[in-house]
Write a protein that binds this ligand. Structure first.
Ligand code: URA
Length: 235
């Protein structure tokens, strides 16, 4: 992307005067079948280690572990590069995502694209997924049991992709990935570790929040710049 188009995206983010750089890597096996995942009310079996990503996707498609399967049009597994350096995690699909079966395709997704372009990245160079794979009705907050039953899928995705950095977007993603209850203000601005895998994790605001609070975009940009600096320092 040339500098002029990048500056357009940075403008959309409310950011001026930024310069960039970039980089990236892959993964492994085993899973539970669709029939095993698809029993209403039953939690997905904890994955032993890493399972094949397409098997995980098939399991998600047939998942009936929580009530959300009753109201979904489509499951939203995640999308992007299977060798992505950046793995971005949102909360749950919205109406448009539920319709298309893809993550971040609505207005929040457009802002996410702008944020990525600001880093010199396209959507297909990163991997994007949500904590929940099904839309909560009327976009209500995810319930604890829904998160608990869906989280193992996300962990399998991260283990498969083996990103160099994980970005948790918003309170739900941050608290769920870090298994903490701290407010987002306390989780931002420092490097966490994704589980015990040594993958750095940075917390930022959710793009939907930034649409409602555009003045916070600068802070989100600082978070992404911080994440990039971490990547650069890790080589
Ligand atoms: N918000 C999210 O958290 N995820 C999406 O996929 C869309 C909106």
């Amino acid at each position: 992307m040339d500098r002029q188009s990048r500056n357009c995206y940075l403008d959309a983010m409310g950011i001026t005067g930024w310069v960039l750089s970039q980089e990236r890597q892959p993964a492994d096996e085993e899973y539970i079948g669709e029939d095993q995942a698809g029993i209403a009310g039953e939690a997905p079996r904890q994955f032993q280690d890493v399972q094949d990503l397409s098997s995980v996707e098939i399991a998600v498609r047939g998942c009936k572990a929580c009530v959300l399967h009753q109201s979904r049009s489509n499951t939203v597994f995640g999308s992007g590069s299977l060798t992505a350096t950046w793995f971005l995690v949102g909360e749950a699909p919205g109406a448009e995502e539920d319709k298309q079966g893809l993550p971040f395709v609505g207005r929040a997704g457009q802002l996410l694209d702008s944020m990525l372009y600001g880093l010199g990245l396209n959507r297909d160079e990163v991997y994007v997924a949500n904590v929940l794979k099904c839309r909560p009705p009327r976009n209500r907050d995810p319930m604890g049991d829904e998160v608990g039953k869906c989280e193992p899928y996300l962990h399998q995705q991260i283990r498969n992709i083996q990103p160099k950095i994980v970005i948790a977007m918003g309170r739900f993603a941050a608290q769920s990935l870090l298994k903490k209850t701290d407010p987002i203000s306390r989780l931002r601005g420092r490097v966490h570790e994704y589980e015990k895998f040594g993958i750095p994790l940075v917390v930022t605001y959710h793009p939907a929040y930034l649409l409602r609070s555009p003045l916070e975009k600068r802070k989100a940009w600082a978070d992404l710049a911080f994440a990039r600096a971490i990547l650069e320092n890790h080589g």
